[in-house]
Ligand binder design. Structure first.
Ligand code: NDP
Length: 289
């Protein structure tokens, strides 16, 4: 069997076109959706992510504001900017690009963002609402994965789903979202004893590990759906410098029924859901005028 490809670029283009329509309808009502992005330090990957997010905003008719700080900036300066943006009614979404330099307490920074503008869905209040199955801003990466599964009509009710990774931004919310849709969810992590035992019985495997080509074909049940969240830059070998996922695509595609590529899989959907959250926040602001 060779797996079908779940094309994140194609789905992202469709959803972004809908977002652009929604944004222009709001602009016609006098509300321009606006995302503020804060970038601290000189992490090259973060700079690329921020550039991509700003470019995606422009294409979708979402205004973006970018604030850049040196890595030794006083934490107070960043907190002051967040407070200013929280109070600014023309700003609907605030995003602080992670990771932050060591002298920042990331949780404190994320908690400083108003939950009503937390379009990354990382604030404890939004995470708590998600856990309770209530409306909130969902974290963009796992929400993008859910959209991909939905677009491919992957049955979730009663499905065995295995999530590898338990981070607050991907693994945990991913597990909660699959659970809320009726999947039976197992969350694996670095302490998991026999990872392949779990992955081999999964109908859906989501890999969010941060290790290149970690999940190989022999760890996958024939016909499973494989979602690769990983974004890793290969350090050496003939493909040095290229991006690759947490899944060994070549061996996995021979076993899976459906698989996401890297690049062109989950990544474009993450940015898409950021735009969707920003639009939703702007809609809420427009409705409460
Ligand atoms: P983290 O490093 O925060 O989490 C990695 C998780 O993998 C941890 O829970 C860790 O377990 C687990 N893990 C590590 N080693 C093993 C192992 N040998 N066996 C099983 N589990 C293991 O990463 P993130 O969740 O932030 O990101 C994961 C990947 O997704 C990265 O490649 C990142 O670049 C990518 N990413 C992609 C996005 C996109 O838009 N496509 C967005 C965000 C991230 P433990 O908790 O025990 O340490």
């Amino acid at each position: 069997m060779t797996a079908s490809i779940l094309d994140g670029n194609a789905l992202a283009a469709t959803v972004r076109a809908e977002i652009a329509q929604g944004a222009s309808a709001l602009i016609a009502q006098g509300v321009t959706p606006c995302l503020a992005v804060l970038l601290v330090g000189d992490n090259p990957a973060s700079a690329v992510y921020v550039r991509n997010k700003v470019a995606a905003c422009e294409k979708a008719g979402v205004r973006s504001l970018k604030f850049e700080y040196a890595s030794d900036v006083a934490a107070e300066t960043v907190f002051d900017k967040i407070a200013e943006l929280n109070a600014d009614p023309s700003v609907h979404g605030i995003l602080v690009q992670l990771p932050l330099p060591k002298h920042f307490d990331e949780n404190k920074v994320l908690e400083a963002i108003s939950p009503a503008k937390d379009v990354d869905g990382f604030h404890a209040e939004n995470f708590g609402l998600l856990l309770q199955g209530r409306k909130s801003f969902y974290p963009c990466t796992p929400w993008g994965v859910m959209k991909m599964l939905e677009s491919a009509n992957v049955p979730l009710k009663g499905a065995e789903a295995v999530v590898i990774g338990r981070s607050n931004i991907v693994g945990k919310p991913m597990a909660v979202m699959l659970l809320s849709q009726g999947a039976t969810v197992t969350v694996c992590h670095s302490q998991t004893k026999d990872l392949a035992f779990h992955t081999r019985r999964a109908d859906i495997v989501v890999a969010a590990v941060g290790k290149p080509k970690f999940l190989t074909g022999d760890m996958i049940k024939p016909g499973a759906v494989v979602i690769d969240v990983g974004i890793n830059r290969l350090q050496d070998g003939p493909d040095a410098g290229k991006l690759c996922g947490d899944v060994d695509f070549d061996s996995a595609k021979e076993v899976a029924s459906l698989i996401t590529p890297v690049p062109g899989g989950v990544g474009p959907m993450t940015i898409t859901m950021l735009l969707a959250n920003t639009l939703e926040s702007a809609r809420r602001a427009a409705a409460s005028r």
